[in-house]
Design a protein around this ligand. Structure first.
Ligand code: BYC
Length: 318
C-alpha cells in the first residue's frame, strides 16, 4: 500500500475515533493501535486468570457453605472474564497460545495486585471490596473504549464485578461487627491491601508512557491518576461506615478540591512487584505453568472431539 493511501486511511480512522464510532476487528486500523490493544487486553486477560489464584486458595477454607458457594461463583466468574478477554484479543490477530506463551515467559505482565498473599479469611473480603472495587472503576471507563469487542466485554464484566465488590464488602461488614479478633483481622487486611490497591491503577500520569496515546485513541477514557482519585473518594467513606481506618496518616478531605488528599505511594515497591520480585510472583507463575501443562490432555481431548464432530457433520451433509 502506498504511503499516501496509508495517510488517508489514518485520517479516516482518526475521524472515526473523534466521532466516537466503535472500531471492529475487520476495520482498517493503524498497526500501533492493534499492538497497544493486544498488549493491554491480553494483560487484562492474564490478570483475570492469575487473579483466581489468591482467592482459590480459600475455597476449601471458607467459613460457611454460603461463603464457599459465593466464593466459588466469583472465582468461576474470573475465569469467564479471562476467556472473553482472550477471545476479544484473538480478533486482533494473535493466537491464544501466543498470549499464554508471553505470560509464561514473562514478556506479558499481569496486575501487580495478585502477587500479594491471602493470609486470612478477611483478605477475601478485602480483595472483593478493594480489588474488585478498583477494577470496576477502571472497567466502567473501559466500557467506552473505542475497540468494540473490548468495550462490549467490559459491559458484561462490570455487571459481574459489582456482585464481587458487594460480596467482599459484606464480608468486611460482618467481620467489623464481630469479636475483637475479627475486627482486628478486618483492619489488618485493610492495612495490607490498601496501598497495593492504589497501585493497581498504574504509575502516576507523568510517569505513564502509554497514557497519552491510549487517551487519544480512546482506549483509555480516564488517566491512571483520575481513576485512582475516584477510587479513594469512593472507598474512604465505605471504610468509615464499617468503622475501619484507612492506613494513611496523610489522608484528609480537601474542601477546595472536593476530594481526599492522600499520602505518597511507594513506587519502588510497585516496580519491584511488576518486575517479578513481589511476595508471590514466583508462586503464581509456577501455579499457572503447571496448570497449563497438566491441562494439556483436556485441551487435546476437546480438540479431538471438535474434529470428530466436524467430520460427522461433513459426512451428514454429503
Ligand atoms: N500491574 O503506561 P502505563 C481484576 C504496567 S483484574 C502490573 O500506565 P497502561 C480482577 C503497564 O502494563 C485487573 N503492571 O500502562 C481479577 C505498562 O507496561 P507495558 C486488571 C502494570 O497500560 C480477579 C507500564 O506499567 N485490570 O480486575 O496505559 C479478581 C506502564 O504503565 C500495572 C486491567 O488490566 C499494574 N497494576 O495503564 C479480582 C485493566 N500498572 O504494558 C479482580 C486494563 C501499569 O508497557 N488495563 N503497569 O509493558 C488498564 O486499564 C491499563 O493497562 C492500566 C495501565 C491502567 C493497568
Amino acid at each position: 500500500m502506498s504511503e499516501e493511501k496509508i495517510k488517508d486511511l489514518e485520517k479516516q480512522f482518526e475521524k472515526r475515533i473523534e466521532r466516537d464510532e466503535k472500531i471492529e476487528p475487520k476495520d482498517w486500523m493503524p498497526e500501533k493501535y492493534r499492538q497497544t490493544h493486544i498488549r493491554q487486553m491480553s494483560q487484562h486477560a492474564h490478570s483475570e486468570i492469575v487473579g483466581m489464584l489468591p482467592e482459590g486458595n480459600w475455597i476449601t477454607r471458607a467459613p460457611s457453605l454460603r461463603r464457599k458457594v459465593a466464593l466459588l461463583a466469583k472465582v468461576q466468574d474470573e475465569a469467564g472474564h479471562g476467556l472473553y478477554l482472550y477471545s476479544a484479543t484473538e480478533t486482533l490477530g494473535i493466537s491464544r497460545d501466543e498470549m499464554i506463551d508471553q505470560l509464561h515467559t514473562g514478556k506479558a505482565k499481569y496486575s501487580s495486585i495478585f502477587n500479594y498473599p491471602t493470609i486470612t479469611w478477611a483478605d477475601i473480603g478485602a480483595i472483593g471490596w478493594l480489588v474488585d472495587g478498583a477494577a470496576i472503576i477502571n472497567q466502567v471507563a473501559l466500557c467506552g473504549a473505542s475497540f468494540g469487542p473490548y468495550a462490549r466485554a467490559m459491559v458484561r464484566i462490570c455487571k459481574e464485578e459489582s456482585f464481587h465488590q458487594r460480596q467482599g464488602y459484606e464480608i468486611m461488614l460482618t467481620l467489623s461487627k464481630g469479636t475483637p479478633e475479627q475486627i482486628a483481622m478486618a483492619q489488618d487486611a485493610l492495612n495490607r491491601w490498601w496501598w497495593p490497591s492504589l497501585m493497581m491503577f498504574g504509575p502516576r500520569d507523568d510517569e505513564s508512557p502509554n497514557t497519552a496515546q491510549s487517551m487519544k485513541w480512546k482506549l483509555k477514557r480516564k488517566s491512571n491518576d483520575e481513576l485512582r482519585q475516584q477510587f479513594v473518594d469512593q472507598t474512604v467513606p465505605q471504610a468509615e461506615l464499617i468503622g475501619l481506618t484507612v492506613p494513611d496518616p496523610e489522608l484528609k478531605w480537601n474542601d477546595e478540591k472536593e476530594h481526599y488528599d492522600f499520602g505518597p505511594i511507594d513506587w519502588e515497591e510497585f516496580w519491584q512487584v511488576v518486575k517479578g520480585h513481589g511476595p508471590c510472583n514466583k508462586e503464581r507463575m509456577t501455579a499457572r505453568k503447571s496448570a497449563w501443562k497438566e491441562g494439556e490432555w483436556v485441551r487435546d481431548a476437546a480438540m479431538a472431539y471438535a474434529e470428530k464432530q466436524k467430520t460427522k457433520n461433513l459426512n451428514k451433509a454429503s
